[in-house]
Design a protein. Structure first.
Lengths: 357, 371
């Protein structure tokens, strides 16, 4: 465990805690955001017969850094008619919500912020802060487009949390644990132990579980897409209708905060899908470190597998974004309440019956 | 105690990403439902008609380019046609063929912009760039012919400014060959996309009676189910020599005359335009394109109304000549302007997101509305 190791190294509880809490930000979220923004631009460009950024550095790899420098230099503009306190607080809250989620995400057996037993519930709860941030931003901007965007976002995120939670509940019921670390450890060894393939269950039970698990995985992936406002559910920021939704009035670093929160969130939800269905940080076919007897290599390999899985789901998000049009707000709600939620209930019920077998 | 609710007025534009220019829509909304839409136009007003009175006849042509800047070729075409009828000029056959080829290429280019931006309005950004990639090749064809990509000043009274570039025929054939699969790709990516159909079918239905009462023309009228195309119904130039269809909306995915129909009619029309270009390239005769250009344009006293089927509908020029070298009056019947009037009718009862979908589907160009 990272915290214990740092505690032994530094001898100070507070310092160790401090470093552990900052690590995801500097080791992961910021580099990830840098990389993901560039990836988004390159993926979209190549899908659209373009090249994307090419001028800054080799094939534009320094583009995001240049963008961030630009955003840092911008004037911190606060429009006069805004509610100043809420306006300034909103991006922070949105960012805190998505950042805090990383505390409970196990990047590897070693690199985990805190091993809370309620990990999954913690993540779902703390990402709820993002909604508050978005609503505050929309309200405080004193702009009709922002307000419409924020209301849509709140309605959408809250609705889509229901199918997400129902599927999470199914997994909890099946595995009997709320801790993401335990969940990952449970799916160890080879890829047929992943929950998408029925998890550690055996025999008939395993075979019966597979279709429900695949459906559950699709449902949770779809609803998490909606929770992070990505196409086809990017209605809160629907550019063609609402300019840019709740962050229309934001510029400079405050805008960057929303942006960072969005990308951090994208990875957070992908990580949840990866942990719940695709073995988390577990390798699909054993570890090189174990074979060679180098135990220090195992966490690094685990980190590699975890980020690869996460990045793959982030890539799928981008892929969808640049392929699909967007739903209308009422169709979005209908899709959630008429299809996703009933299906999740059925899955919950049937998986419960199978688990009783 | 009853809660007090009130309608909100939302100003959409003039600076808004999907008003396709500088249009301001005053939306009265109840939640997200549209109660009324009041379009405010005139942000792009450049006094076209008054300006013309101070110009000589040939000098008007560059101004017509700037009306519907996505279909400049066709604006010139209509104006040249009107002037030739007024002055009774016989135009060489080659000129007519080139005009038709250019006009139809322009129609494809214009529809590509309409379809691409429509995709972007609905939220799919990729088709937008696919369409612009193909439009780019048409613009290249125009560029090698006359040197300009958007505002050409190519079709003159009685002739053309340049003959075709030696490579033009070959490049056009290549373009047609490459473009057909791209239309198919566009259909797979956007037209038959389930979400796209959900967003556009049964939205903004324009019944045929309403369309006729308002004087809507072009693809918007045809999408409502009326087979009305001036190329067939009031033939001009050499259009009678070609074999092509007039596609109409059939209500495949919803009611006839909904946004999807208006979108899809344009997709089909591109295919018909390709057919016309193919035939015209095969039949094109030799000749001198500048031989019939009058040295001095001084039409006799009189007046004329000429209409052509521009990519957006019936583009009419009403020209009064007092016998001098300046026109006494040039009045333009702009198709987008007429379509804009029916727009509030289409929006009532739908949602804010649908306003964008409807506005994109009627395909207006503000340069033409405001002139």
């Amino acid at each position: 465990m990272m915290y214990d190791w740092l505690y032994n190294l530094t001898g100070s509880e507070i310092l160790a805690m401090f470093i552990v809490s900052l690590l995801p930000l500097f080791v992961f979220i910021l580099p990830f955001a840098l990389f993901a923004v560039l990836m988004e631009r390159k993926v979209s460009a190549h899908m659209q017969d373009r090249l994307g950024p090419m001028r800054t550095g080799y094939h534009g790899i320094l583009q995001t850094i240049a963008d961030i420098i630009k955003l840092l230099q911008k004037e911190d503009l606060v429009p006069t008619a805004t509610d100043k306190i809420l306006f300034n607080l909103a991006p922070l809250l949105a960012f805190i919500g998505s950042y805090a989620a990383f505390a409970a995400i196990p990047f590897s057996g070693f690199f985990i912020g805190t091993k809370i037993d309620l990990g999954i519930i913690f993540i779902v709860g703390v990402t709820g802060l993002v909604v508050a941030g978005i609503l505050m931003a929309g309200w405080a901007s004193n702009n009709k487009y922002s307000l419409l965007g924020a209301m849509r976002a709140a309605a959408q995120i809250i609705s889509y949390e229901i199918p997400t939670l129902l599927i999470i509940l199914t997994i909890i019921m099946l595995t009997g644990t709320l801790s993401l670390y335990d969940l990952s450890e449970m799916q160890t060894a080879y890829f047929w132990n992943w929950l998408i393939l029925g998890g550690p269950a055996v025999g008939l039970q395993k075979i019966l579980l597979i279709p429900f698990m695949i459906m559950g995985c699709l449902i949770i992936y779809t609803s998490t897409l909606a929770e992070v406002n990505r196409t086809p559910f990017d209605i809160p920021e629907a550019e063609s209708e609402l300019v840019s939704g709740y962050h229309t009035e934001y510029s400079g670093m405050k805008f960057a905060m929303f942006f960072l929160a969005e990308y951090a969130n994208m990875f957070a939800v992908s990580a949840i899908v990866a942990i719940m269905f695709f073995g988390g940080y577990q390798s699909p076919f054993g570890y090189l470190g174990n074979t060679l007897g180098w135990t220090w290599l195992v966490p690094i390999e685990q980190f590699f597998w975890f980020t690869s899985k996460g990045l793959f789901f982030v890539f799928v998000q981008m892929w969808l974004r640049w392929t699909l049009p967007r739903f209308r707000v009422d169709q979005l709600m209908a899709f959630c309440w008429k299809y996703l939620i009933p299906f999740s209930f059925v899955i919950l019920l049937l998986v419960g019956l199978i688990a009783l077998m | 105690m009853a809660l007090k609710t009130e309608e909100m007025v939302l100003n959409m534009g003039p600076q808004h990403p999907s008003t396709h220019g500088v249009l301001r829509l005053e939306l009265q909304i109840d939640g997200e439902i549209i109660i009324d839409v009041i379009p405010h136009i005139g942000y792009l007003h450049r006094c076209f008609e008054k300006h013309c009175e101070a110009m000589t006849y040939p000098q008007v042509i560059p101004y017509t380019d700037r009306m519907d800047y996505l279909a400049s070729m066709y604006n010139e075409f209509g104006y040249a046609l009107a002037m030739e009828r007024l002055m009774k000029i016989e135009v060489p056959e080659r000129v007519e063929y080139i005009r038709v080829i250019m006009g139809e290429l322009q129609r494809i280019a214009s529809h590509l912009v309409a379809l691409g931006t429509y995709g972007a309005d609905i939220g799919a950004f990729t088709p937008f760039l696919f369409c612009f990639r193909d439009r780019e090749r048409i613009l290249h064809l125009f560029e090698i012919t006359c040197g300009a990509r958007l505002l050409y000043n190519y079709i003159w009274i009685g002739g053309l400014s340049h003959d075709l570039h030696p490579d033009f025929i070959r490049l056009t054939k290549e373009f047609i060959k490459d473009f057909r699969p791209n239309v198919k790709e566009l259909n797979e990516l956007l037209s038959y996309n389930r979400i796209f159909i959900e967003r556009t079918a049964n939205v903004g239905v324009l019944p045929i009676e309403t369309a006729i009462n308002y004087g809507v023309s072009g693809p918007n009228l045809r999408a409502s189910g009326m087979k009305w195309d001036l190329r067939k119904d009031d033939p001009y130039s050499v259009y009678h020599k070609f074999d092509y269809d007039i596609p109409i909306g059939k209500g495949e995915k919803g009611k006839t005359g909904d946004c999807w129909d208006r979108y899809y009619v344009r997709v089909l029309e591109m295919d018909e335009s390709l057919k016309i270009i193919e035939q015209a390239i095969e039949q094109i005769p030799d000749g001198d394109v500048t031989s019939a250009i009058p040295k001095r344009v001084k039409p006799p006293e009189g007046q004329i109304y000429t209409r052509v089927e521009n990519p957006r509908g019936e583009l009419g020029y009403f020209i009064i000549s007092d016998g001098s070298i300046n026109p006494a009056r040039v009045k333009v019947r702009a198709p987008s302007f007429v379509t804009m009037q029916v727009f509030p009718e289409l929006c009532k009862g739908f949602m804010v997101a649908d306003v964008v979908a409807i506005l994109g589907s009627v395909d207006i160009v503000l340069g033409e509305i405001d002139r």
